[in-house]
Structures are given as C-alpha cells and as structure tokens.
Design a protein around this ligand. Sequence first.
Ligand SMILES: NC(=O)c1ccc[n+]([C@@H]2O[C@H](COP(=O)([O-])OP(=O)(O)OC[C@H]3O[C@@H](n4cnc5c(N)ncnc54)[C@H](O)[C@@H]3O)[C@@H](O)[C@H]2O)c1
Length: 329
Amino acid sequence: MAAATMLFAGVAKAEPTSGRNATVDGIPVPMPPEDKTAGPIVAGRDTKLAGRVAVVTGAARGIGRAIAVEYAANGADVIAIDIAAPVTSASSAVPATPDDLAETVRMIKAYGGRAEGIRADIRDIATLRAVADGINERFGKIDIVVANAAVQYWKPLLELQDSEWRDVIDNNLNGTANTIRVFAPKMVARNYGRIIVISSMQGRHGSKDAASYSASKWGIFGLMKSAALELGRYNITVNAITPGLVGTALTFYDARLSESIGETGYHKPNGPLTPQEAWDRRAATMPLGVAWLQPEDISPAAVYLASEGAAMITGAEIEVTGGDSAKSI
Ligand SMILES: NC(=O)c1ccc[n+]([C@@H]2O[C@H](COP(=O)([O-])OP(=O)(O)OC[C@H]3O[C@@H](n4cnc5c(N)ncnc54)[C@H](O)[C@@H]3O)[C@@H](O)[C@H]2O)c1
C-alpha cells in the first residue's frame, strides 16, 4: 500500500512528456520493454499506419470498405477480401458484386499505397489459408487483420429452417474464427499484430426476429476475449468494434428499418416505412440525434485500434453507436 501511494505520488510529478523515465522522483521503477507500451507522446501515434500491411474481410462495401480506405488514407497497404457474390439464402441483404470489390481497390489505390482485392469465402478455411500464405509472400508480412464480413437474417426463431440457423452462425462466428486462426500465425511468427473483430449492439442485447445474428455477435465477444488471452504473449492485441445501426446494404430494407423503430421503444410499425419516416422516428430517440451512422463513422475506431497508440488495449470493445450505448451498461 505504502509503495503504491509513493508510486502514485511520484507519477503525478513526473515529466508529462517523457513517458519512459526509469525513475520516478529518483526511485527506480520497473518499466515495460519498448514493445509493451504505447511509448512516449508523439503527434499522430493514434492514426499512423505507414508501413503496415492490413487485411480487411467483407471489404467490397459498407463498413469493411470504409475501414480499408481509411487504413489506406493513413498510410497502410491494404488487401480487401470479399466473397462478392451471394453468401446464403439466410441473408436479408442484396449480395455484393465483383464491381463493388474493384471499386474498393480503386479507392484504396487513390491514396497511393499498394492494394489488392481477393475474392474468397471466410467459411472456407483451406482457401483462406492459401490466401494468407499468398499475401504474406507478396507483402512480406501481415500486421493488421479486420474480421468484418457477416450476414444478417430476419426471421422469427420458431420459423427458421435448420440450415438458416446454421448458415448465419457458420458465416459470422465460424468465419470470424477462421479469419483469426488463419492470419494470427503470420503475426505470431513476427511477434506483432493487431486483430479487430466487428460485433454489434445486437451482440449486447437480444434481437427479436434476428436471434441467429444476435447469437453470432454475442459469440464474437467470447471469441475476441479468448483470443486476446491466448495471443497477448505474442504482442498481438485482439479487440472488437461494436457499431450501432449503420446505413449499409446490410440494414437498408423494410424489415430492418421497421425493427430499428422497435428497438427505440416505439411500437414496431405494421407496414413498411419510407427511409425518411424511419430516420425521423428513430433520430428523435438517439442522444446525438442521428437515426443511423455512416460507415465512415466506424472506421476511425479501427484506425485507432490498429495504431501504436492502442498498444496496451486488448480484450476490449469500442462502441460507436451515436448514443445507443448510453441506454445500456
Ligand atoms: N450496418 C449495421 O447497422 C451494422 C451494425 C452493427 C454491426 N455491423 C457489422 O459490421 C460488419 C459489416 O457490415 P455492413 O453493414 O458493412 O454489411 P454489408 O453487407 O454492406 O457488407 C458485408 C460484406 O461482407 C461480405 N461477406 C459476407 N459473408 C462473407 C463471406 N462468407 N466471405 C467473404 N465475404 C463475406 C459481403 O459480401 C459484404 O460485402 C458486419 O460484421 C456487421 O455484422 C453492421
């Protein structure tokens, strides 16, 4: 207790910008090795990704595309992976296309770094292993992986076909686990890595008529925290981003817009709403006054978690929700 008080008092008097003093008030204190701290204060250390190689799954559009492009804007080389085709009949969204993936690659390249688009299915671990080997060979390393690809399906639990339940869990949870299991060994070999998984506020509460999606997103937290426990010794951090409702192809159809009103405590409308009606009703209940966020509202959190500034964050989640988070613990 006495030692702790002394240390605390000393820290208060330490040079604010020195960061790596080995003594506090003349008393020697153990300091972490350089690769086990975010280091001293340097402007931009929370955003710089120059020289990094990042892989983003589900990057043909939406949040994955925003993360891939924002990584490039901050200096990283980026490999965008997407199936760019129908995933399963248990998906309520229109499928992404090869043109969508090509557009992401074009947007990444506009920032001057190296970029590749790869069509692959995260459920197919053998193919994913070959993809990881190929990227490692061509780019020399893999520093950052964002496991973002997912589908969502709206159907009451008791009406779901067996295959529909399995497909959503397989795609979202097993696919995210595949992504970690395939890319993390490349990071272990170099004793460095940043892994980011994408969960959802629907992984923090139940979802009426979307139980399979909710269950898959709850599972992603357990996966993330377990991987963080196992991979910390290799200097690999594993964290989750938890978006609130975001306006993407995943969410823009009648059932989801109606459900988004139900989530606010209003009665779910019986018939379809226009996007404007849905916006107005939901925005009125949101602390920051927006009904849904933009993909580019989510990507800065992915930059931060991949940066040196976040070196000591692992096993954690960052909620980017426009205020939905204020309604739950
Ligand atoms: N949009 C939202 O409101 C919202 C909210 C919370 C969390 N999320 C999560 O954010 C992530 C991105 O969602 P989005 O809204 O951008 O959706 P989106 O449908 O626009 O993009 C998802 C992409 O993942 C790809 N994909 C799906 N399954 C795949 C597979 N097996 N292999 C390869 N690629 C596959 C799709 O082709 C698509 O391009 C998802 O994990 C989603 O659950 C979205």
